[in-house]
Structures are given as structure tokens and as C-alpha cells.
Design a protein around this ligand. Structure first.
Ligand code: FES
Length: 104
């Protein structure tokens, strides 16, 4: 599986981390348990997380600290989840959100 994740670094070490599976729009994905959902998606080269309400422009990570609304996605049927600060858990169903999102 393609990944942008840093594996080897000249001065940092990364402890062994638990891999978990989740889905993005029904497609199987893999990430590290507890990392932000946005980090797992970024590692998989997924940059578009939602589309704006009026113009449907693509939105991705902007602040990465939960202060804007650029990364809103639908997670397990719940819209408007800020995935840059939402920890990844096994079995999550993550979906790209268009506009305000809908409660399923
Ligand atoms: S990128 Fe700003 S809240 Fe997630």
C-alpha cells in the first residue's frame, strides 16, 4: 500500500505502533491507532477531505489543530467531525463530506 508516512529519520525513532483498518468512502484504508484521522489520510495521499457548501471547492487540512472547519468529514454517520483532532480507531467509516453534511 502506498504511504507518505516517514519510516526512517536521521535523528528520530518511531516506536512500533498498532495498525488499524478503517474505510474511506467504502474503500479499505490502514492507519495507526490513535493518530488523527487526517494524518492517516494524508499518509495515504488523500488530500481532499470535504467540499465547501456553496461552491463545492475541495477542502483539506488547514490549521491541523481543530480551530477551523476545513477538515470536516462524516465519521460513523456523524457529520462535521474535525478529523485533524479526531483519533483513529479500528473499524471507523470515514466519508468525504459535501457542504453541511447529512445525518444518516
Ligand atoms: S484543519 Fe482546521 S479544524 Fe481541522
Amino acid at each position: 500500500m502506498f504511504s507518505l508516512r516517514i519510516v526512517n529519520h536521521p535523528i528520530l525513532t518511531f516506536p512500533q505502533q498498532e495498525k488499524v483498518s478503517f474505510t474511506l468512502n467504502g474503500q479499505d484504508m490502514e492507519g495507526v491507532a490513535g493518530e488523527p484521522i487526517a494524518a492517516a489520510l494524508h499518509a495515504a495521499d488523500v488530500k481532499v477531505l470535504s467540499h465547501s457548501h456553496s461552491a463545492h471547492r475541495p477542502r483539506g487540512i488547514f490549521c491541523a489543530i481543530g480551530n477551523c472547519s476545513s477538515c470536516l468529514m462524516t465519521v460513523d454517520g456523524i457529520p462535521n467531525v474535525r478529523v485533524c483532532v479526531e483519533p483513529l480507531r479500528a473499524g471507523m467509516a470515514v466519508e468525504t463530506q459535501v457542504g453541511k453534511g447529512k445525518i444518516l
